[in-house]
Design a binder for this molecule. Sequence first.
Ligand SMILES: Nc1ncnc2c1ncn2[C@@H]1O[C@H](COP(=O)(O)OP(=O)(O)O)[C@@H](O)[C@H]1O
Ligand SMILES: [Mg+2]
Length: 270
Amino acid sequence: MAKILVVTSGKGGVGKTTTSAAIGTGLALRGHKTVIVDFDVGLRNLDLIMGCERRVVYDFVNVVNGEANLQQALIKDKRLENLYVLAASQTRDKDALTVEGVEKVLMALKEDFEFVVCDSPAGIEKGAHLAMYFADEAIVVTNPEVSSVRDSDRMLGLLASKSRRAEKGEEPIKEHLLLTRYNPQRVSDGEMLGVEDVKDILAVTLLGVIPESQAVLKASNSGVPVILDDQSDAGQAYSDAVDRLLGKTVEHRFLDVTKKGFFERLFGGR
Ligand SMILES: Nc1ncnc2c1ncn2[C@@H]1O[C@H](COP(=O)(O)OP(=O)(O)O)[C@@H](O)[C@H]1O
Ligand SMILES: [Mg+2]
């Protein structure tokens, strides 16, 4: 049975698109046919992070409007056999997506894919609502800051009350917390909330903790999802998160301040 997974948050700029690209790619790496759908009309970030921006001819809105069919709009990843991207429209207005239009496209994707990963726009407005409305599971991306945690809490409330599952009285959306841009040094200096603080406030199962990492910027600049950089801390943390999403028990890493060894101090490490 195909699963619709939304990557959402209250606040913008927390790492949703980075996460959508990494998780989607990780699922495909493990053999699951996956499509990542960009709901951020007007911004079109996902295709850049996936490195397929030059191949976008038709987008999500074109399919909703019947100007192209799914086969024409789906962009096949050049690295992985079973990974596809449906890009957001860059030029259309934000109202181009409707509940009916989104439903039509998502139900068609469910026929063909095991996982449909929806990259949500920021905020709690229409775009974010459409991205989460049909979800079976949600990854709530949160930074270890009070404002981000508060906005995530609001999003959890919406998932539990405004989704289709909620409206139909079905089993609720399965919620996962993903803490990103985690900096153990700043946590130990008291500048950021720690994992336990965030877990206590949100009371949602922790899918993963992604460290603040130079590797993320490097990866997005080169159009390679960071999970493919298996030498990087962020890539490894995303990899663990994908395993947990698929039901494996994996211990959390990168939570504590690492004392740099002599050679690392000498030559620099990441
Ligand atoms: N783990 C991380 N370490 C460092 N920078 C990160 C990390 N995750 C995301 N970023 C950066 O944060 C910014 C926002 O990320 P993005 O995924 O576009 O967020 P959103 O989709 O929520 O707006 C980008 O510049 C991205 O490179
Ligand atoms: Mg984004």
